[in-house]
Ligand binder design. Structure first.
Ligand code: JFZ
Length: 581
């Protein structure tokens, strides 16, 4: 099983080339919620800034008063769009209507909008459309088609009298909301602002397949080339949408996008200072591009219409890197190697491969599995830096090794990108093979599952609904060197339930078996999002592989802890105990 995007409807559906060539876009969450900025009546409200109406239980009439105060006089569309361009972003998705029901554009069908209901009185989307046209950035809209905390037929968290409850409206009320508000507004967005790149629908909580298809047909009937994202619901999107800040464990098939934050909120919060560093953000951009996933990076403007300075600073730093290394991101293909490489990521296009080195080697950089012949190697940040390389093919073991001798320091700032000229498009062994650090990574979503479909997989490749001891996961892999290995199990576990014991697994490789509990020996420090709980690394034991060659690993559960979400396995990793190579 590979992470396959749920391309809706016609599986042969293609997607306009601009989208997957872009690889990098700007998300903007801007609305009335930027005014309270996370604080309500003197109290700091936890969680996302744009959810303050729900999380602070603000009654509709009270929330409406915010509109009277919303006057973002510092808003400057050209400043926003030119920063997106400088950052190397190719498309811009802005919230036209979020869950609170407020339209950030001139909506004829609902006067609760920025033009009619605020002292600002301007339509920012008209100004953004002009700026996007000037700077060659695709304008796109976010639209919350299902949740609407204001409309009686809207779904999600809504108010019954004074009590908030997470109830879905009666189907006929929801259909009425779709007909009277959602569809008219989608039509407005697609007829008032020129060519729209995509509609970013969200949280398809109670929408039926027919309703998702009806919305998609509406979009395509007005602008046939307008793309719809996976969160239109019911797998009818033109591409797959990862969970918020979710990073897949390996390469995806088809089209995917990860929406991501600069700190921990989408809508502005005055006291959320947990900003990711430029290094971390570029690591995520490269990680996602190496897996074939677009990176939609969010900015939450203030109630005055300005980007927070911390956001601007980071986007400028990313832009400087992209101005030198953008060719290694735009229009590239993901790495043929299915798992994360210990030294960095690979992208490629045509007869050029790009090695994004995130961990500078102490000695030569060794990469296994590249079959293509190389004719030149240079750093994009410093084409004059001396790089020598050697390729070897061990015929007996069918083992390709590329060894690169690099300068003592990485050229440029952040991720150093090596461009390799190839004599043919990149050809790389895509079976799990031993890496230069001696490790072998067996990704859960690439396992042979027996019986088939006995476990499901989350979009990031973690197993789901693994509740019985029946499933058997197996992998074939190759090592260049035999030796002793520590077996690590990378998994997610619900926090705080350790007292009730642990899931237990057995792993057989060749004639050797290990068995034991899925413990947490340490949390995994990785780029991957912390979704339901931190990824944990459990040590199952040590195993010896007698010689170089191919092996099969077979994993089973021997005990499933009751009343849990089952085993959420991300990967099995063999770590060489002796230093390899
Ligand atoms: C949704 C919104 O509720 C949120 O306010 C923000 O707009 C975000 C981009 O989208 O939040 C989600 C939706 C889906 C997932 C997680 C958060 N998911 O699928 O894991």
């Amino acid at each position: 099983m590979r992470l396959v995007s749920p391309v809706g409807g016609d599986a042969k559906a293609t997607i306009p080339a601009w989208w997957h060539e872009a690889r990098f876009g700007m998300f903007i969450h801007w609305g009335l919620y930027a005014l309270p900025a996370g604080t309500w009546k003197g109290e700091q409200i936890p969680s996302l800034g744009e959810w303050i109406m729900r999380n602070a239980r603000i009654p509709v009439p009270e929330y409406e008063q915010l509109a009277r105060r919303f006057n973002p006089v510092k808003f400057n569309a050209d400043q926003w769009v030119s920063l997106a361009k400088r950052a190397g972003m190719k498309y811009l998705v802005i919230t036209a209507k979020h869950h609170d029901g407020f339209a950030m554009y001139d909506s004829p069908c609902d006067p609760f909008n920025i033009v009619k209901a605020t002292p600002f009185g301007r339509d920012p989307m008209t100004e953004l459309a002009e700026a996007c046209g000037k700077h060659g950035i695709r304008l796109c809209f976010y639209y919350s088609q299902t949740q609407d905390w204001r409309h009686p037929g809207g779904a999600g968290h809504w108010r019954f009298g004074e009590k908030w409850s997470k109830a879905f409206p009666p189907p006929e009320a929801f259909q009425d909301y779709l007909e009277k508000k959602a569809k008219p507004q989608v039509r407005e967005l697609l007829t008032q602002y020129g060519s729209i790149g995509l509609i970013w629908f969200d949280t398809p909580l109670c929408i039926t397949r027919e309703q998702s298809l009806d919305l998609k047909r509406l979009v395509k009937s007005i602008q046939p080339d307008c793309i719809v994202c996976g969160r239109i619901g019911n797998q009818v999107g033109d591409y797959g949408t990862m969970g918020d800040n979710m990073i897949p464990a390996g390469r995806v098939a088809g089209y995917w996008e990860t929406p991501a934050t600069l700190n921990d909120t989408w809508g502005y919060k005055s006291y959320d200072h947990n900003w990711k560093s430029a290094d971390r953000l570029l690591g995520l951009l490269v990680d996602l591009a190496g897996k074939g996933v677009n990176y939609l990076l969010n900015v939450g403007p203030t109630g005055e219409g300005e980007f927070p300075p911390e956001s601007v600073e980071r986007l400028e730093a990313i832009g400087e890197w992209m101005s030198v290394n953008g060719e290694a991101i735009y229009g590239t293909q993901p790495s043929p190697c299915p798992c994360e490489l210990p030294w960095g990521r690979i992208t490629w296009k045509g007869k050029r491969a790009y090695l994004h080195v995130t961990k500078w080697p102490e000695g030569p950089l060794r990469i296994h599995g590249i079959r293509s012949s190389i004719s030149a190697a240079r750093f994009l940040a410093d084409p004059g830096a001396r790089v020598t390389y050697r390729q070897q093919h061990d015929l007996e073991r069918d083992w390709h090794t590329l060894e690169l001798t690099l300068p003592p320091q990485a050229p440029g700032a952040h991720v150093a990108v090596l461009a390799l000229d190839l004599e043919a498009p990149l050809d790389m062994d895509d079976t799990p093979i031993q890496q230069s650090d001696g490790s072998v990574t067996l990704l859960a979503h690439l396992a042979q599952v027996n019986p088939p479909d006995a476990v499901a997989f989350e979009r990031n490749g973690t197993t789901e609904a693994w509740h019985t001891t029946e499933p058997e996961l197996s992998w074939h892999f190759k090592v260049a060197n035999g030796g002793r290995f520590t077996v690590e199990i990378v998994h997610w576990e619900a926090p705080g339930k350790e007292a009730e014991g642990h899931h237990e697994v057995s792993l057989r490789i060749g004639d050797t078996s290990l068995e034991g509990p899925l413990l947490r020996h340490r949390d995994l420090d990785s780029f991957r999002a912390r979704r339901v709980s931190p990824e944990a690394v459990g040590i199952l034991g040590e195993i010896t592989l007698p010689a170089a060659g191919s092996y099969e690993a077979v994993l089973r559960a021997t005990r499933i802890r009751p009343d849990t979400a089952g085993i959420m396995l991300s990967e099995v990793r063999l770590r060489s105990v002796a230093t390899p190579d």
